[in-house]
Design a protein around this ligand. Sequence first.
Ligand code: PSU
Ligand code: MN
Length: 301
Amino acid sequence: MKNYLDIHPEVSEALLSGKPVVALESTVISHGLPYPENIRLAETLESIVMEEGAVPATIALANGKIKIGLDKEHLHILADPEVKVHKTSLRDLAYVLSRGIPGATTVSATMWAAREAGIKLFATGGIGGVHRDARESFDISADLQAFSRIPVVVVSAGVKSVLDIGATLEYLETQGVPVVGYKTEDFPAFFSRKSGFKTPLKAEHISGIKALVQAHFDLGLPTGILIANPVPEADALDFDFIEQIISEALSEQKQLHVKGKEITPFLLKVIAEKSKGRSLKANLALLKNNARLAAQIAVAL
Ligand code: PSU
Ligand code: MN
């Protein structure tokens, strides 16, 4: 395994000396956000993690290696709209490495790589989940399976409201995944602070999350942990406002026959256009908020 991992010297030093490290995914940079917001955001997330006293490790694939921690040049390659970057979920990992092509890791592949490198904390925007038409399409993100068997703590703003949130929560319960709301009883819906569903578990303070995470690892439980951190109030969108836009985006997706792994990037782009950038603003705010919380948890641990 070791010869596939290319750990950045700063990350490697931090891991060896027991300093806090936070993993960051790269699909959000290559496929989730437009240029140039994506590159600015990628750099800002790393600064936020450092401000909180942890070491950031953005994870991506290049030249047949799993890079744990990227230098500026690699971050720019991921963000460059001219470069074809492969959206890499767990099923694509071996393919992308064997080809030596540039790849951005989704939540599932990032969880796996973080675990291999010995990183316990990971911040993202929103995880994938059960799609609303899953009864016919069987479209359930590989992220959920990853949670069932990779013990990594993931901070996200709930799940994207384009999904079937209730079914996603049921799926996580079936797989034995703790879902913890941070300072909230309402399970957040990515762009909005509430989804209409309650968080199964709740933590009011970092210390509560820390104790839960320690117990989870002490017990040797095999699953990941999902920390649901609502988008900051100032940038949150009204649930009904964004729901209307999402249903329009979903009909466009059906009409244009957008399928498989193209669905999530397509929907995010259409929603950003239709909301005149308001969804993008919320997206950027929640990503920063999640990086900060993940770093605070990493430092506490
Ligand atoms: N949520 C976002 N932006 C993203 C993603 C999620 O707001 O870019 C990415 C994450 O990398 C997640 C992936 O793991 O989409 C899920 O893709 P799919 O739904 O195809 O499993
Ligand atoms: Mn899918």
